[in-house]
Design a protein around this ligand. Structure first.
Ligand SMILES: *Cc1c(COP(=O)(O)O)cnc(C)c1O
Length: 379
Protein backbone atom coordinates (compact mmCIF):
# COMPACT_ATOMS: atom_id res chain seq x y z
CA UNK A 1 0.00 0.00 0.00
CA UNK A 2 1.18 3.52 -0.80
CA UNK A 3 0.51 4.88 2.67
CA UNK A 4 1.01 8.52 1.71
CA UNK A 5 -1.37 8.32 -1.26
CA UNK A 6 -4.06 6.51 0.72
CA UNK A 7 -3.69 8.93 3.61
CA UNK A 8 -4.03 11.90 1.25
CA UNK A 9 -7.10 10.40 -0.36
CA UNK A 10 -8.98 9.29 2.74
CA UNK A 11 -7.87 11.40 5.69
CA UNK A 12 -9.28 14.89 6.20
CA UNK A 13 -6.73 17.41 5.01
CA UNK A 14 -6.21 19.10 8.36
CA UNK A 15 -2.51 18.27 8.68
CA UNK A 16 0.37 19.43 6.50
CA UNK A 17 2.36 16.26 7.14
CA UNK A 18 6.09 15.95 6.60
CA UNK A 19 7.18 13.45 3.97
CA UNK A 20 7.93 10.86 6.64
CA UNK A 21 6.22 7.62 7.65
CA UNK A 22 7.12 6.44 11.14
CA UNK A 23 7.00 2.71 11.72
CA UNK A 24 8.54 2.33 15.15
CA UNK A 25 11.05 3.46 17.70
CA UNK A 26 12.77 2.90 21.01
CA UNK A 27 13.31 5.63 23.58
CA UNK A 28 14.24 8.80 21.71
CA UNK A 29 15.02 7.00 18.45
CA UNK A 30 12.36 6.83 15.73
CA UNK A 31 12.52 4.66 12.58
CA UNK A 32 10.91 5.42 9.24
CA UNK A 33 9.65 2.96 6.62
CA UNK A 34 13.06 3.03 4.89
CA UNK A 35 14.82 1.96 8.09
CA UNK A 36 16.34 5.40 8.58
CA UNK A 37 16.87 6.44 12.21
CA UNK A 38 16.03 9.83 13.72
CA UNK A 39 16.71 11.35 17.12
CA UNK A 40 13.32 12.54 18.28
CA UNK A 41 13.26 16.01 19.85
CA UNK A 42 9.49 16.37 19.44
CA UNK A 43 8.22 13.26 21.27
CA UNK A 44 4.82 13.35 19.61
CA UNK A 45 4.43 16.98 20.77
CA UNK A 46 5.46 16.31 24.37
CA UNK A 47 3.18 13.27 24.67
CA UNK A 48 5.80 10.52 24.71
CA UNK A 49 7.21 11.89 27.94
CA UNK A 50 9.44 8.87 28.59
CA UNK A 51 10.07 8.13 24.93
CA UNK A 52 8.83 5.29 22.77
CA UNK A 53 8.05 1.87 24.26
CA UNK A 54 9.66 2.68 27.60
CA UNK A 55 9.72 -0.73 29.34
CA UNK A 56 8.35 0.43 32.73
CA UNK A 57 5.46 2.38 31.18
CA UNK A 58 4.83 -0.43 28.67
CA UNK A 59 4.62 -3.01 31.46
CA UNK A 60 2.06 -0.91 33.37
CA UNK A 61 -0.04 -0.54 30.22
CA UNK A 62 0.17 -4.21 29.23
CA UNK A 63 -0.75 -5.42 32.73
CA UNK A 64 -3.88 -3.29 32.65
CA UNK A 65 -4.65 -4.32 29.07
CA UNK A 66 -4.70 -7.93 30.22
CA UNK A 67 -7.16 -7.08 33.05
CA UNK A 68 -9.82 -4.88 31.45
CA UNK A 69 -9.49 -2.25 28.72
CA UNK A 70 -12.55 -0.14 29.52
CA UNK A 71 -15.54 -0.18 31.86
CA UNK A 72 -17.33 3.23 31.52
CA UNK A 73 -17.50 5.70 34.35
CA UNK A 74 -20.59 4.03 35.82
CA UNK A 75 -18.22 1.79 37.79
CA UNK A 76 -15.11 2.08 39.92
CA UNK A 77 -11.68 1.10 38.64
CA UNK A 78 -8.38 1.01 40.52
CA UNK A 79 -6.14 2.84 37.98
CA UNK A 80 -8.26 6.02 38.04
CA UNK A 81 -8.50 6.08 41.83
CA UNK A 82 -4.75 5.48 42.24
CA UNK A 83 -3.84 8.15 39.68
CA UNK A 84 -6.20 10.76 41.15
CA UNK A 85 -4.82 10.13 44.66
CA UNK A 86 -1.24 10.43 43.44
CA UNK A 87 -1.92 13.67 41.53
CA UNK A 88 -3.66 15.22 44.55
CA UNK A 89 -0.97 14.10 46.99
CA UNK A 90 1.76 15.54 44.79
CA UNK A 91 0.03 18.88 44.13
CA UNK A 92 -2.22 19.58 47.11
CA UNK A 93 -5.19 19.79 44.76
CA UNK A 94 -8.38 18.15 46.06
CA UNK A 95 -10.11 16.30 43.23
CA UNK A 96 -9.52 15.25 39.64
CA UNK A 97 -11.77 15.00 36.59
CA UNK A 98 -10.37 12.74 33.87
CA UNK A 99 -10.88 13.28 30.15
CA UNK A 100 -9.03 12.33 26.96
CA UNK A 101 -7.20 15.41 25.74
CA UNK A 102 -5.91 18.86 26.48
CA UNK A 103 -8.89 20.63 24.96
CA UNK A 104 -11.23 18.54 27.07
CA UNK A 105 -9.26 19.18 30.23
CA UNK A 106 -9.66 22.90 29.51
CA UNK A 107 -13.38 22.49 28.73
CA UNK A 108 -13.76 20.99 32.20
CA UNK A 109 -11.78 23.86 33.72
CA UNK A 110 -14.03 26.38 31.94
CA UNK A 111 -17.20 24.56 33.04
CA UNK A 112 -15.99 24.41 36.63
CA UNK A 113 -15.24 28.16 36.64
CA UNK A 114 -18.59 29.05 35.12
CA UNK A 115 -20.49 26.80 37.53
CA UNK A 116 -18.57 28.13 40.52
CA UNK A 117 -19.80 31.61 39.59
CA UNK A 118 -23.31 30.36 38.81
CA UNK A 119 -23.57 28.53 42.16
CA UNK A 120 -22.81 31.83 43.89
CA UNK A 121 -25.23 33.80 41.71
CA UNK A 122 -22.37 36.19 41.21
CA UNK A 123 -23.44 37.24 37.72
CA UNK A 124 -19.91 36.53 36.52
CA UNK A 125 -19.20 34.47 33.42
CA UNK A 126 -16.12 35.97 31.77
CA UNK A 127 -12.85 34.08 31.59
CA UNK A 128 -9.70 36.05 30.89
CA UNK A 129 -6.97 34.42 28.83
CA UNK A 130 -3.80 35.84 27.28
CA UNK A 131 -2.95 36.91 23.78
CA UNK A 132 -0.71 34.33 22.07
CA UNK A 133 -2.19 31.57 24.22
CA UNK A 134 -3.31 28.20 22.95
CA UNK A 135 -6.00 26.25 24.75
CA UNK A 136 -7.37 23.78 22.19
CA UNK A 137 -9.47 23.19 19.10
CA UNK A 138 -13.03 22.83 20.38
CA UNK A 139 -15.33 25.78 19.79
CA UNK A 140 -14.97 27.00 23.39
CA UNK A 141 -11.24 26.43 23.70
CA UNK A 142 -10.76 28.21 20.36
CA UNK A 143 -12.62 31.14 21.91
CA UNK A 144 -10.26 30.93 24.86
CA UNK A 145 -7.22 30.82 22.57
CA UNK A 146 -5.80 34.33 22.19
CA UNK A 147 -4.74 34.20 18.55
CA UNK A 148 -6.91 35.93 15.96
CA UNK A 149 -6.30 33.40 13.21
CA UNK A 150 -8.05 30.76 15.31
CA UNK A 151 -11.16 32.96 15.49
CA UNK A 152 -12.19 32.44 11.88
CA UNK A 153 -14.47 30.14 9.90
CA UNK A 154 -16.25 28.44 12.80
CA UNK A 155 -18.40 31.13 14.33
CA UNK A 156 -20.42 31.79 16.29
CA UNK A 157 -17.85 31.11 18.98
CA UNK A 158 -18.59 30.65 22.66
CA UNK A 159 -18.94 34.10 24.21
CA UNK A 160 -17.42 35.13 27.53
CA UNK A 161 -13.71 35.16 26.80
CA UNK A 162 -11.58 38.28 27.03
CA UNK A 163 -7.90 38.39 26.10
CA UNK A 164 -5.26 40.49 27.78
CA UNK A 165 -1.59 41.03 26.92
CA UNK A 166 0.77 38.59 28.61
CA UNK A 167 2.92 40.33 31.24
CA UNK A 168 0.82 43.52 31.07
CA UNK A 169 -0.54 44.12 34.55
CA UNK A 170 -2.45 47.27 33.58
CA UNK A 171 -4.29 45.43 30.79
CA UNK A 172 -5.21 42.71 33.28
CA UNK A 173 -6.45 45.19 35.90
CA UNK A 174 -8.61 46.92 33.30
CA UNK A 175 -10.15 43.61 32.22
CA UNK A 176 -11.24 42.59 35.72
CA UNK A 177 -12.62 46.01 36.66
CA UNK A 178 -16.17 45.24 35.48
CA UNK A 179 -16.64 42.53 38.14
CA UNK A 180 -17.77 40.04 35.46
CA UNK A 181 -14.70 37.81 35.59
CA UNK A 182 -14.98 34.34 37.11
CA UNK A 183 -11.58 32.98 36.07
CA UNK A 184 -8.17 33.82 34.63
CA UNK A 185 -6.60 31.03 32.60
CA UNK A 186 -3.01 30.98 31.39
CA UNK A 187 -0.04 28.84 30.40
CA UNK A 188 3.06 29.52 32.52
CA UNK A 189 5.08 29.02 29.34
CA UNK A 190 3.11 29.71 26.17
CA UNK A 191 3.91 26.73 23.99
CA UNK A 192 2.24 27.08 20.61
CA UNK A 193 2.48 30.87 21.03
CA UNK A 194 6.28 30.77 20.73
CA UNK A 195 7.69 29.21 23.92
CA UNK A 196 7.49 32.35 26.03
CA UNK A 197 7.65 32.27 29.83
CA UNK A 198 5.38 34.55 31.80
CA UNK A 199 7.11 37.06 34.08
CA UNK A 200 7.03 36.17 37.76
CA UNK A 201 5.78 39.65 38.60
CA UNK A 202 2.80 39.27 36.26
CA UNK A 203 1.89 35.83 37.57
CA UNK A 204 2.17 37.07 41.18
CA UNK A 205 -0.18 39.93 40.34
CA UNK A 206 -2.66 37.54 38.68
CA UNK A 207 -2.62 35.35 41.77
CA UNK A 208 -3.16 38.39 43.99
CA UNK A 209 -6.04 39.75 41.89
CA UNK A 210 -7.65 36.30 41.87
CA UNK A 211 -7.34 35.84 45.63
CA UNK A 212 -8.66 39.32 46.43
CA UNK A 213 -11.65 39.14 44.08
CA UNK A 214 -12.73 35.51 44.36
CA UNK A 215 -11.63 34.91 40.77
CA UNK A 216 -10.40 31.41 39.97
CA UNK A 217 -6.76 31.07 38.99
CA UNK A 218 -6.67 28.49 36.19
CA UNK A 219 -3.39 27.15 34.83
CA UNK A 220 -3.24 25.33 31.51
CA UNK A 221 -0.46 22.79 32.04
CA UNK A 222 -1.32 20.68 29.01
CA UNK A 223 2.13 21.19 27.51
CA UNK A 224 4.14 22.44 30.51
CA UNK A 225 2.94 19.76 32.90
CA UNK A 226 4.10 16.35 34.05
CA UNK A 227 7.80 17.09 34.50
CA UNK A 228 8.28 18.97 31.24
CA UNK A 229 9.75 22.12 32.85
CA UNK A 230 11.78 20.36 35.53
CA UNK A 231 8.98 20.52 38.12
CA UNK A 232 5.92 18.30 38.21
CA UNK A 233 3.88 21.36 37.12
CA UNK A 234 5.29 24.63 35.82
CA UNK A 235 3.25 26.78 38.23
CA UNK A 236 5.56 25.47 41.00
CA UNK A 237 8.36 27.62 39.53
CA UNK A 238 6.21 30.66 40.30
CA UNK A 239 5.24 29.71 43.84
CA UNK A 240 1.49 30.13 43.18
CA UNK A 241 -1.42 27.93 44.20
CA UNK A 242 -3.90 27.61 41.32
CA UNK A 243 -7.56 26.82 41.83
CA UNK A 244 -7.72 24.69 38.67
CA UNK A 245 -4.95 22.94 36.74
CA UNK A 246 -5.62 21.29 33.39
CA UNK A 247 -3.20 18.86 31.84
CA UNK A 248 -2.85 16.16 29.17
CA UNK A 249 -0.05 15.59 26.58
CA UNK A 250 2.80 14.03 28.61
CA UNK A 251 0.49 12.73 31.32
CA UNK A 252 -0.33 9.52 29.45
CA UNK A 253 3.14 8.87 28.06
CA UNK A 254 1.63 8.64 24.58
CA UNK A 255 -1.86 7.37 25.38
CA UNK A 256 -4.74 9.84 25.40
CA UNK A 257 -5.67 11.10 28.84
CA UNK A 258 -6.49 14.54 30.18
CA UNK A 259 -6.92 15.61 33.78
CA UNK A 260 -8.42 18.67 35.41
CA UNK A 261 -7.16 19.14 38.95
CA UNK A 262 -9.60 20.97 41.18
CA UNK A 263 -8.53 22.92 44.26
CA UNK A 264 -10.44 23.60 47.48
CA UNK A 265 -12.75 26.27 46.06
CA UNK A 266 -14.06 24.08 43.26
CA UNK A 267 -13.62 20.56 44.61
CA UNK A 268 -17.40 20.03 44.83
CA UNK A 269 -18.49 22.39 42.06
CA UNK A 270 -18.95 19.71 39.43
CA UNK A 271 -21.63 17.56 41.03
CA UNK A 272 -23.18 14.30 39.77
CA UNK A 273 -24.52 14.67 36.24
CA UNK A 274 -22.93 18.06 35.52
CA UNK A 275 -19.99 16.70 33.55
CA UNK A 276 -18.81 13.38 32.18
CA UNK A 277 -16.91 11.45 29.56
CA UNK A 278 -17.30 7.96 28.13
CA UNK A 279 -13.60 7.23 27.86
CA UNK A 280 -12.26 9.76 30.35
CA UNK A 281 -9.76 8.12 32.71
CA UNK A 282 -9.74 4.95 30.67
CA UNK A 283 -8.04 2.26 32.81
CA UNK A 284 -5.21 1.57 30.36
CA UNK A 285 -4.41 5.26 29.93
CA UNK A 286 -4.70 5.82 33.68
CA UNK A 287 -2.38 2.91 34.48
CA UNK A 288 0.19 4.32 32.04
CA UNK A 289 -0.19 7.79 33.54
CA UNK A 290 0.24 6.44 37.06
CA UNK A 291 3.51 4.86 36.02
CA UNK A 292 4.68 8.19 34.52
CA UNK A 293 3.68 10.41 37.44
CA UNK A 294 5.10 8.05 40.07
CA UNK A 295 8.52 8.25 38.35
CA UNK A 296 8.76 12.02 38.45
CA UNK A 297 10.70 12.29 41.73
CA UNK A 298 13.37 14.86 42.61
CA UNK A 299 16.16 12.82 41.07
CA UNK A 300 14.29 12.40 37.77
CA UNK A 301 13.41 16.10 37.64
CA UNK A 302 17.00 17.14 38.44
CA UNK A 303 18.10 15.21 35.37
CA UNK A 304 15.51 17.07 33.26
CA UNK A 305 16.93 20.35 34.59
CA UNK A 306 20.52 19.27 33.86
CA UNK A 307 19.61 18.45 30.25
CA UNK A 308 17.78 21.75 29.98
CA UNK A 309 20.82 23.65 31.21
CA UNK A 310 22.95 21.88 28.63
CA UNK A 311 20.60 22.90 25.78
CA UNK A 312 20.44 26.51 27.03
CA UNK A 313 24.25 26.58 27.19
CA UNK A 314 24.40 25.55 23.54
CA UNK A 315 21.74 28.01 22.34
CA UNK A 316 22.27 31.28 24.25
CA UNK A 317 19.14 32.91 22.79
CA UNK A 318 16.84 30.01 23.76
CA UNK A 319 13.57 30.68 25.57
CA UNK A 320 11.41 28.38 27.65
CA UNK A 321 11.89 26.22 30.68
CA UNK A 322 13.11 22.70 31.34
CA UNK A 323 12.83 20.57 28.21
CA UNK A 324 10.38 22.95 26.56
CA UNK A 325 12.63 25.16 24.51
CA UNK A 326 12.25 27.68 21.69
CA UNK A 327 15.17 28.86 19.58
CA UNK A 328 15.01 31.91 17.31
CA UNK A 329 16.96 31.21 14.12
CA UNK A 330 18.23 33.30 11.24
CA UNK A 331 16.88 30.85 8.67
CA UNK A 332 13.11 30.33 8.74
CA UNK A 333 12.28 27.78 11.46
CA UNK A 334 10.45 25.52 9.01
CA UNK A 335 13.57 25.31 6.88
CA UNK A 336 15.68 24.35 9.89
CA UNK A 337 13.19 21.62 10.84
CA UNK A 338 13.30 20.17 7.32
CA UNK A 339 17.09 20.29 7.14
CA UNK A 340 17.38 18.68 10.59
CA UNK A 341 15.02 15.91 9.52
CA UNK A 342 17.20 15.27 6.50
CA UNK A 343 20.15 14.84 8.87
CA UNK A 344 18.23 12.56 11.24
CA UNK A 345 16.79 14.88 13.91
CA UNK A 346 13.08 15.53 14.42
CA UNK A 347 12.04 18.82 15.98
CA UNK A 348 9.10 21.24 15.88
CA UNK A 349 8.32 24.88 15.32
CA UNK A 350 6.41 27.36 17.47
CA UNK A 351 5.59 30.56 15.59
CA UNK A 352 8.97 31.77 14.24
CA UNK A 353 11.07 29.57 16.52
CA UNK A 354 12.41 26.04 16.36
CA UNK A 355 10.85 24.19 19.29
CA UNK A 356 12.35 21.28 21.18
CA UNK A 357 10.26 18.97 23.35
CA UNK A 358 12.44 15.87 23.72
CA UNK A 359 11.46 12.91 25.87
CA UNK A 360 12.30 13.68 29.49
CA UNK A 361 14.44 10.54 29.47
CA UNK A 362 16.44 11.28 26.32
CA UNK A 363 19.93 9.75 26.75
CA UNK A 364 22.78 12.29 26.99
CA UNK A 365 24.66 10.97 23.96
CA UNK A 366 21.59 11.25 21.73
CA UNK A 367 20.81 14.71 23.07
CA UNK A 368 24.36 15.92 22.41
CA UNK A 369 24.41 14.43 18.93
CA UNK A 370 21.05 16.01 18.07
CA UNK A 371 22.13 19.42 19.41
CA UNK A 372 25.32 19.28 17.30
CA UNK A 373 23.26 18.49 14.19
CA UNK A 374 20.83 21.30 14.97
CA UNK A 375 23.64 23.82 15.41
CA UNK A 376 25.10 22.71 12.10
CA UNK A 377 21.83 23.12 10.17
CA UNK A 378 21.10 26.49 11.80
CA UNK A 379 24.37 27.98 10.48
C1 LIG B 1 -1.75 20.98 23.00
C2 LIG B 1 -2.37 21.96 23.91
C3 LIG B 1 -3.75 21.97 24.13
C4 LIG B 1 -4.70 21.07 23.38
O1 LIG B 1 -4.47 19.73 23.66
P1 LIG B 1 -5.17 18.59 22.75
O2 LIG B 1 -4.80 17.32 23.46
O3 LIG B 1 -4.59 18.70 21.40
O4 LIG B 1 -6.62 18.86 22.78
C5 LIG B 1 -4.26 22.85 25.06
N1 LIG B 1 -3.47 23.69 25.74
C6 LIG B 1 -2.12 23.71 25.55
C7 LIG B 1 -1.29 24.65 26.35
C8 LIG B 1 -1.53 22.86 24.62
O5 LIG B 1 -0.22 22.91 24.42
Amino acid sequence: MDIKAVDKEYIANTYARFDLTITGGRGSIVYDDQGKEYIDLGSGIAANSVGICDPVWQQAVIEQLMQVQHTSNLYYTAPQAKLAKLLCEKTGMKKVFFSNSGAESNECAIKAARKYASDKNSGRDTIITLWQSFHGRTISTLSATGQEHFHQHFGPFTPGFVHVKANDIEDLRAAVANNKVCGIMMEMVQGEGGVNCLDKEFVDECAKICAENDILLMVDEVQTGNGRTGKLYAYEHYGIKPDIVSTAKGLGGGLPIGATLLGEKVENTLSAGTHGSTFGGNPICAAGAYSIISRLDDEFLAEVTAKSEYIFSQFPNATGMGLMIGIATEKPAGEVVRAAMEKGVLCLTAKTKVRLLPALTIPWDQLKKAVAILKEVME
